[in-house]
Design a protein around this ligand. Structure first.
Ligand code: CA2
Length: 150
């Protein structure tokens, strides 16, 4: 969708609500998507909400968003901690990216402390579960407003 905020979700986030509720909560990704749509319509912005388990697909969507979107909210899942390809795709683009995580990755295993996304993101929101998506939409709107691109 042109002029939308893209919300891009990476691997295994389609499993939310089915396992690990202690870490990720009880809600499904569809529940989060519905909450995002309701919140975005209150703020009068449109969102494009996607999920893929495939790194190359995420790269394609970041490149697409750079042409069509105002900003990107990215929960890259485990690719956060491994993907030079996602880092490069964000670095090559010019729309702002907010890195998002349900959990506080710094309070978890050491391998989750490294992020290839943070150095090329405008900001990071983590540790607030599904509410983090709404915080990120709010933050993106404020950012776009302050740069007159909303
Ligand atoms: O906290 C986050 O949002 C994460 O991006 C979630 C990823 C994890 O690899 C990152 O370190 C932090 C995992 C996505 C969901 O994985 C599930 C695994 C089993 C059951 C349900 C979800």
């Amino acid at each position: 969708m042109a002029n939308a905020i893209y919300i891009i979700n990476g691997p295994n986030l389609n499993l939310l609500g089915q396992r690990e509720p202690g870490i990720y909560g009880n809600g499904s990704l569809d529940d989060i998507k519905a909450d995002c749509n309701a919140f975005a319509s209150k703020l009068n912005v449109s969102i494009e909400f996607r999920q893929s388990n495939h790194e190359g697909m995420l790269v394609d969507w970041i490149q697409e968003a750079d042409k069509k979107a105002r900003g990107i909210i990215l929960n890259a899942g485990a690719y956060t901690h491994t993907s030079v390809a996602l880092h490069d795709a964000i670095r090559a683009g010019s729309v702002p990216v907010i890195e998002l995580h349900l959990s506080n990755t710094h309070a978890r295993e050491e391998f989750r402390h490294k992020s290839y996304i943070s150095p090329v993101a405008h900001g990071v929101i983590m540790g607030f579960g599904g509410d983090g998506y709404l915080l990120a939409i709010r933050a993106m709107c404020t950012l776009l407003d302050s740069t007159n691109s909303l």
